[in-house]
Ligand binder design. Structure first.
Ligand code: GLU
Length: 315
């Protein structure tokens, strides 16, 4: 298939639409280094299963992957210790609470409710510690999924988060006390912070999303990168828990399995069709990127990308 003019035009229009909302958001400041983000930056990338790449705006701009890494941590945890062990430590239900909430660890049960919130990702990072090279393995997996060998750590964000990450540390100690974590709490949160601090751009995440959309196979190389059963779990959790406590609203209005991060990224995957990623550091009160949310909203509406789109996908 040749380049699709409808996608090109709709993406350009989506960017224009989204820009009118950017002033309503604020960059994250609880990790001091993230406060340096420019709320006016907006970039996007769409890659279709036939290998066409569509770029817009500041798509080259790098940002930290933050919570989008939780999907890769889950893949690595499942590959390392298997289904039974991962889901003996963490559940699969949405919380309705903020991403960094501790409250359910005490009141609901001691296990984090799902792997897409901080507590759950700290538990899956603990599972990754069983791998023979947790850091190297995670970096290699991220590079492979994003199709870029030069992905690196943003050391400044990593250090900043290590200094500021007291809530995450508290969760780790609580879970260590309850024997959900099997390794030293400090070592596990360090790995978790490190995973969140890899520096990516919109194209990297669109490549990764494309692999998820195509059942774990990179459609360009034909290489199987993630097992079917793991892809199914990750995409299901993206639907139910991918946008913090706005996941229900996002599912209803936009209907694209997606994961957001406080660095300003949202990546989304349209079954057998495309991977998408949008970046804008202006966040709404729930921690989702205002610009990215609006670009995805527009694309979903005008390209018929909602998984229950009545009129079907337009591309
Ligand atoms: N590293 C961030 C934190 O733990 C990730 C949060 C996010 O992107 O939701 O607070």
């Amino acid at each position: 298939m040749a380049r699709n003019e409808l996608i090109e035009k709709t993406l350009a229009d989506a960017m224009e639409y989204a820009r009118t909302f950017l002033h309503t958001g604020k960059v994250a400041t609880y990790i001091p280094e993230l406060a340096k983000g420019d709320p006016d930056r907006l970039g996007a990338c769409i890659i279709t299963t036939d290998g066409e790449v569509y770029h817009a705006g500041d798509w080259r701009q790098e940002f930290t992957i933050q919570s989008i890494s939780k999907t890769i941590t889950l893949i690595m945890a499942l590959q390392t210790v298997g289904y039974e062990k991962v889901f003996s430590k963490v559940g699969v239900e949405p919380t309705g609470d903020a991403f960094n909430s501790l409250v359910r660890l005490e009141t609901k049960n001691t296990h984090p409710l799902n792997p897409m919130i901080n507590a759950g990702a700290i538990a899956t990072a603990d599972c990754c510690m069983d791998s023979k090279d947790p850091y190297g393995g995670f970096l290699a997996l991220t590079r492979k999924l994003c199709r870029r060998d030069t992905i690196q750590l943003d050391g400044a964000v990593f250090e900043s988060e290590k200094k500021a990450g007291m809530r995450n540390r508290s969760m780790a100690y609580l879970m260590r006390g309850d024997n959900i974590l099997e390794h030293d709490a400090e070592e596990v949160v360090d790995l978790y912070f490190w995973m969140c601090s890899l520096s990516v751009n919109a194209e990297d995440l669109a490549n990764y999303a494309l692999v998820l959309s195509n059942n774990g196979v990179d459609p360009r190389s034909g290489v199987k990168l993630v097992e079917d059963w793991i892809v199914r779990i990750v995409k299901t959790l993206m639907v139910t828990c991918g946008l913090y406590d706005a996941s229900g609203e996002f599912a209803m209005k936009i209907g694209i399995p997606a994961k957001s991060g406080v660095g300003g990224g949202i990546m989304g995957t349209v079954e057998r069709k495309m991977g998408l990623a949008v970046f804008n550091p202006a966040l709404d009160p729930k921690g989702n990127s205002v610009g990215a949310y609006r670009v995805l909203e527009y694309l979903s509406h005008y390209l018929g990308l909602h998984y229950f789109s009545g009129s079907g996908c337009a591309v």
